[in-house]
Design a protein around this ligand. Sequence first.
Ligand SMILES: C[S@@+](CC[C@H](N)C(=O)[O-])C[C@H]1O[C@@H](n2cnc3c(N)ncnc32)[C@H](O)[C@@H]1O
Length: 323
Amino acid sequence: MAQSIFHDPVLATEVVAFMARKPGIYIDGTLGGGGHSKALLHALHQGGYLQQSLLVGIDQDDEALQEASKKLKDYEAHTVLVKGNFQNIEAILKKISAERALKPKAAGILLDLGVSSFQIDTPSRGFSYLRDGPLDMRMNSDAPLSAADIVNNYEEKELARLFYRYGEEPRSRSIARAIVARRDDTGGVCTTLELASIIRNNAYGGEKVIKTLSRVFQALRIEVNGELDVLRRVLDEGIESLDEGGRMAVISYHSLEDRIVKTSFAEKAKSDWGPKGVGLREPLSYGAVIQVKRKPVTATAKEIETNPRARSAKLRIVEKISR
Ligand SMILES: C[S@@+](CC[C@H](N)C(=O)[O-])C[C@H]1O[C@@H](n2cnc3c(N)ncnc32)[C@H](O)[C@@H]1O
């Protein structure tokens, strides 16, 4: 596996500056090729915190874990890599801390959402509408549902709803209709390029074709991997798992994800002042976190120039309140 296909970690300087502030357990819930983890471990080392720190790297993709273990070799003594889904972050943290007699609370949690460039660029994983491969799209190759299962078994209405809901695709209905017609004709739509050609034939022309391709592929990927449900769960469990003063940072790449992160962080930061007009002196309950930045952090023009993936990235950070 070529090193170069795991691209540079997005917003790494900013992530490290916000997170590496004290010793403790750091969880990278989306380990990928280990780029962010390496930057974090390096910063903990520079700050003199590494000896009392442990980095827990989680990924559901075996190839990512293999690549990251190579990249983090120098920090082996301070790293535990786990195959798993970040939606189980609390259980993973409890197990690892119990094994090491550590307090089961994290000083930092990072999520760099979505798929890695390596996954997209590997044709056999079926994520790309530019590379021919099986319609797979599973981040975890042991998972039961593939994109082909959805494309060939969902009813037309379900497909249309999916493309609209998770891709915000205006041509959702006609694309769903065309997929169903093709699969009835040929017995099945099995490859990425077959699906891409159906989408191309049913999208508006010009640049809009690429947008439609991205949106439909995005919708399928979200459904295959349950991405929005696991995100909601990890935001809840993650905040529970933070130590006082610990921080959770989330990088999202599209509006559906960012909306969930934004709303969840805002709710968790809010104190409950009861019904309007009661005039309480103190809230009924305080927010669990403060928002470290009210607005999302985005990449500089310089970073976008060298790392186009950074263009749509939004980083949001909260800190668990100490009481
Ligand atoms: C954008 S990449 C992360 C890249 C990484 N930050 C780096 O520096 O190399 C996202 C990674 O998270 C993994 N992933 C996505 N959702 C996950 C989930 N729910 N649980 C575990 N891993 C997940 C993917 O398999 C992929 O390897």
